[in-house]
Design a protein around this ligand. Structure first.
Ligand code: FE
Ligand code: FE
Length: 391
């Protein structure tokens, strides 16, 4: 009997993680073929504004699946109006392939929330389930429990080990905006994206007026970081006014200082590689601190910021010996902006207006103390910064 896999999704954009998972499913589940099905309107999530059209997502998926034996792209959901409910798709495919066994593929999260989908019982009448799992312990336990529950009710559930690259579409879109997503896209997809000016890959972001810059920054950050970044910008401007630094530079460094903060640790390394940066041992061990360096690279190359701004971003987490006034301002503003709340912040806020260097020193001391208590390593730059101030 033919076994046909069904792998639906938004594919915004399709990336190598999707294609590798699809190939793994074909071999692990012995599928005759696997249908990749982009949705028209996803039931579970909103598509961000400015996304490609459904037709463009279909085109990209066709390019991605080209030359992959067993993979076929279907426009069945695009041809149907309204929300792309899976039960309707499965019903239609059952009518098209009455003699085949259909296997509906899904990730862990989707599987664990399967009972909340529209008409799960209708899906199970026509298909068995194939669940991608990454093999983390908690995940395995949760999946096993739900699998047993569903099998007791007569469903058939198979697991597919998925050791392929895990990268979310949101992360992909950020990497595209920072022009370093190439290694995650199947051949031809990046060309298509660039030709069609999708995902900001051809946007002209150099020397934008503050309002436009703010809109883009807000789009690229995690929503929970926006208030901090805007607070840091406003505080930096006030401090620049107090200390006679360039207010425009302060505003731009403030708003851009965490621009790559939403990129996960391992992808920070990808960013550095794409920008040709060779890393210190410390940065490799603590990729989280890398957002200062990668942020400065993005500020320089994508947003065309000047050297003073770029430097202030580069040193905003660790500091360094002999910092410029703007560097001090950004370091301190990041620390004391109105959303910050930790023991000592009031003292730091006072000092920032009476002695900016003393405020910087206090910030460094608090950080070092905190790292020590956590048992974490202190970066050489921070040690040098403090040693310089204690001279
Ligand atoms: Fe930061
Ligand atoms: Fe910050």
């Amino acid at each position: 009997m033919e076994r046909i896999g069904i792998y639906g999704g938004t594919f915004n954009p399709p990336h190598i993680g999707h294609i590798q998972a699809a190939k793994q499913a074909v071999s692990a589940l012995n599928l005759t073929k696997l249908l990749l099905i982009p949705d028209r309107i996803a039931p579970h999530k909103e598509i961000p504004s400015g996304s490609p059209t459904p037709q463009q997502r279909l085109d990209m998926l066709r390019i991605a699946a080209e030359n992959c034996p067993g993979l076929e792209v279907s426009d069945i959901e695009l041809r149907r109006d309204g929300v792309s409910y899976t039960y309707l798709t499965v019903e239609a495919l059952k009518a098209e392939y009455p003699d085949a066994e259909l296997v509906l593929l899904m990730g862990t999260d989707m599987f664990l929330s399967f009972h909340t989908w529209r008409h799960p019982e209708k899906i199970l009448e026509n298909a068995s389930l194939g669940v991608f799992c990454r093999g983390e312990k908690n995940e395995k336990t949760a999946i096993a429990a739900r699998k047993a529950e569903m099998e007791a009710m007569g469903a058939k559930v198979e697991l597919v080990d998925n050791d392929v690259i895990q990268i979310s579409s949101t992360q992909m879109r950020r990497l595209l905006a920072f022009r370093c997503a190439g290694s995650f896209l199947p051949e031809g997809v990046l060309e298509y994206i660039r030709e069609n000016r999708l995902y900001d890959t051809r946007a002209q972001w150099k020397n934008l007026p503050m309002e436009e810059l703010e809109a883009i920054v807000v789009r690229l950050l995690n929503p929970n970081r926006v208030a901090h970044v805007l607070g840091c910008r406003d505080t930096a401007v006030e401090l620049a006014r107090r200390w006679g630094a360039d207010e425009t530079d302060a505003a731009r460094a403030g708003i851009l200082h965490d621009i790559t903060k939403a990129i996960d640790g391992p992808l920070q390394l990808t960013l550095c590689e794409a920008y040709g940066k060779i890393l210190s041992d410390f940065s490799r061990r603590y990729p989280k601190t890398l957002h200062a360096l990668t942020g400065s690279l993005v500020a320089e190359r994508i947003f065309g910021e000047n050297k003073a701004v770029v430097q202030a971003i580069e040193h905003h987490t660790t500091g360094r010996a002999d910092m410029t006034l703007l560097e001090k301002i950004i370091y301190v503003a990041d620390y004391m902006e109105p959303n910050r709340n930790f023991p000592g912040v009031e003292r730091l806020r006072e000092l920032a207006y009476t002695d900016i260097t003393a405020a910087l020193k206090l910030g460094l001391e608090i950080t070092l103390e905190h790292l020590k208590n956590q048992g974490s390593e202190v970066s050489p730059e921070s040690r040098e910064a403090l040693a310089y101030l204690n001279q």
